[in-house]
Design a protein around this ligand. Structure first.
Ligand code: NAP
Length: 236
């Protein structure tokens, strides 16, 4: 790492994977801007919190303004905010559909679009999406049409952005988790998902943090979808 103090923006940062990713970047000495709807102010002077709905285009602009005002640069964006609504296809309501697309896709689109001009001006940057291994692995026991639509789209869009910016200093990657122990899941039931993965256990927040930080260091990797899923992507 050079002498320049690096800066990361992390969305969906109030709990679960986002909270772990914030802690991972802070442990490396990064300045961090963390956001979610319910996020609270921090006593850490190098952790700025911005509350807002990630599907609102203004939130991305406010994140960029906060990062530039406090730290003067943006090295990394982690598009982590997301929700999961698993249902039989015909049970999805219009509200489910709109909410999921707003949170998962509008958030990714508007936040990334706000950050890219800053990275282009710097000539360097790294954008990482948290997608889902299930986007490539339809399972008869857990229909997840909207997850596959949004996370599969984010995987493809990761490659699109990686190629668009490959010669201009911005790398774009994704981490595709299997089932990870976070508040998204009922703690009493999550271990029942162990058998979903060939390794017969669920993942932990630290597994995803490690993958994000690996991609951060992997300076010759762009357009990569890094699966952290106990072997699910390899087969059953
Ligand atoms: N855990 C898993 O098994 C798993 C597997 C595959 C993929 N993922 C993906 O990993 C990411 C993180 O999941 P997680 O397990 O950490 O979930 P989580 O524990 O439910 O946390 C979700 C985070 O997103 C924020 N969020 C939700 N809706 C938002 C909105 N409209 N605007 C702004 N922030 C919003 C929440 O904060 P507020 O409520 O304060 O807004 C929270 O910080 C998601 O994209 C998820 O799809 C998770």
């Amino acid at each position: 790492m050079s002498d320049v103090r690096k800066v990361a923006i992390v969305t969906g940062a109030s709990r679960g994977l986002g909270e772990g990713i914030v802690n991972g970047f802070r442990a490396r000495g990064y300045g961090v801007v963390a956001t979610s709807r319910s996020i609270q102010p921090s006593t850490d002077p190098d952790l700025v919190t911005v509350s807002g709905d990630i599907g609102d285009p203004e939130t991305g602009k406010r994140l960029v303004a906060a990062a530039l005002e406090k730290f003067g640069r943006i090295d990394t964006l982690v598009n982590n905010a997301g929700i999961f609504i698993g249902k039989a296809f015909t049970d999805y309501t219009e509200e489910d559909y709109r909410l999921k697309l707003k949170t998962n896709l509008d958030g990714f689109f508007f936040t990334t679009q706000a950050v890219v001009p800053v990275m282009l001006e710097q000539g360097t940057g790294h954008i990482v999406q948290i997608t889902a291994s299930t986007a490539e692995f339809a399972h008869s026991a857990s229909p997840a049409f909207i997850a596959m639509l949004t996370k599969g789209g984010m995987n493809s869009a990761t490659k699109s952005l990686a190629i668009e910016y490959a010669t201009r200093g911005i790398r774009v990657n994704a981490v595709a988790p299997g089932v990870i122990r976070t508040p998204m899941h009922d703690p009493k039931k999550i271990d029942q998902a162990a058998g979903f993965h060939p390794m017969n256990k669920v993942g932990e927040v630290a597994d995803i943090v490690r993958a994000v930080l690996y991609l951060e260091d992997a300076v010759f990797s762009t357009g990569e979808i890094l699966h952290v899923d106990g072997g699910l992507i390899a087969g059953r």
